[in-house]
Design a protein around this ligand. Sequence first.
Ligand SMILES: Cc1cc2nc3c(=O)[nH]c(=O)nc-3n(C[C@H](O)[C@H](O)[C@H](O)COP(=O)(O)OP(=O)(O)OC[C@H]3O[C@@H](n4cnc5c(N)ncnc54)[C@H](O)[C@@H]3O)c2cc1C
Ligand code: SF4
Ligand code: SF4
Ligand code: SF4
Length: 405
Amino acid sequence: MESQRVTVDRTAEADCNGCRVCADVCPKGAVSFERNLLTGCDIPIVDEERCVHCGLCVKKCPQENPVRMPERIVGKVYAAWSEDDGVRYMSTSGGMFYELAKKMLDRGGAVAACCYTEDCRGAFHTIAFTEEDMLKQCGSKHVQSQTLHIYGKVGKLLRDGRKVMFVGTPCEVAALYRYLGKDPENLVTVDFICNSITSPKGQEKYIDYLEEEYGSRVISAHIKDKRNGWNNFGNSVKFEDGREYYGDRNHDARTVGYHRGHLFIRESCMYCQYKELPRNADITFGDFWGIREDVRNPKLEMGTSVVIINSEKGQECFQSLEDRIGFYEETMENAMRGNPAILKRADENGNRKKALAALDTMRFDRVVKKYIDRDSLMRKLTRKGRALAGRLMGRRREDGMEGRQ
Ligand SMILES: Cc1cc2nc3c(=O)[nH]c(=O)nc-3n(C[C@H](O)[C@H](O)[C@H](O)COP(=O)(O)OP(=O)(O)OC[C@H]3O[C@@H](n4cnc5c(N)ncnc54)[C@H](O)[C@@H]3O)c2cc1C
Ligand code: SF4
Ligand code: SF4
Ligand code: SF4
């Protein structure tokens, strides 16, 4: 249904995924972004002096008008990995991003994907024309990427006849298609199985806490560091003074806050409109958490990607990697096992807003401890309460039976 709104001014965070395409399409440069100080996420603000009420920002918004690309299929599903151990180790899953991006660069194309800012407090989309620049795009950054003007830049390259591969969250891929209004032959899109995205405030406060703890500036960050194996991933950062922090998945405050509590996520992720099959992107990748222990992949602990093909173009791109990767066909059922985020939205956590507010006065690790511990305590008490009630009910039933005998 067409929206009745004319501008995206102050769109509520629950309805705005932060893709920023509204700013890229505005002919008057009237859309800017303002941070919600509580959640740390940006929302669009329209300058009434400049706005001519053309309605384009609303028309192109992938939340107001969700994107469903034609000619998408629920295609083949693969377990896949780069045969280059170094690539696989530095990548989050099986290194499929590097392999797809390398092929695109070898073919003379460009790669639009996400890098950390220099201080690792944020992330932003860049366009790589060389392998050196593409290497900075490798790896997951769970903080939301700043995508301002990336759609326009990709559009210009495509119009100039360059091949482009665009990688982003499903909502960013949707935003790009809304911007372009078509599916150009020289564009390949890749999205990932996307649990949810972290508010910039969450990432900033995490880095603040580590810098305070170590007394040195963070110069690089690595999500899902595989030194203890892919399944047993952790988080690491390097400091200016040469030291390093590593926290495993059960102790690193960011990982615990994200994976156990969804404490710092953007609100729109709880109402995500892009948890569906077939996807809009040509290819979807992710971690193959549901993979069987399989002799066909002897280095399972180094990471395996799930690859879902959503279009003929996606199939052709995947096939072009055959000499660089190991792979075999899998089932969607196995891909979904252990990875519900393919279709399931992030759960709402009642403590999310309290935890985000607490970041203003408490250190990141203490906020996570407070709200995750309280959460686990509540769950434990609920479980104990239920068990006790069950026992009492059982006793009453037994008493009743005794009475009837
Ligand atoms: C926020 C987020 C949530 C995810 N949730 C899941 C999940 O629930 N289940 C699952 O199986 N996989 C998830 N993934 C995907 C997974 O972590 C890997 O990114 C993916 O499998 C690709 O791994 P790779 O080894 O092929 O390449 P990698 O080298 O790890 O490539 C990662 C690619 O994603 C891009 N990227 C990284 N961070 C961002 C960002 N913040 N915004 C936009 N693009 C980004 C990079 O530029 C790169 O192109 C998530 C990724 C992110 C960024
Ligand atoms: S979802 Fe994207 S296009 Fe829509 S209002 Fe938010 S930032 Fe703008
Ligand atoms: S209505 Fe038109 S001019 Fe006004 S903010 Fe939206 S796109 Fe810009
Ligand atoms: S969960 Fe949905 S709304 Fe959130 S970043 Fe991913 S695709 Fe966008």
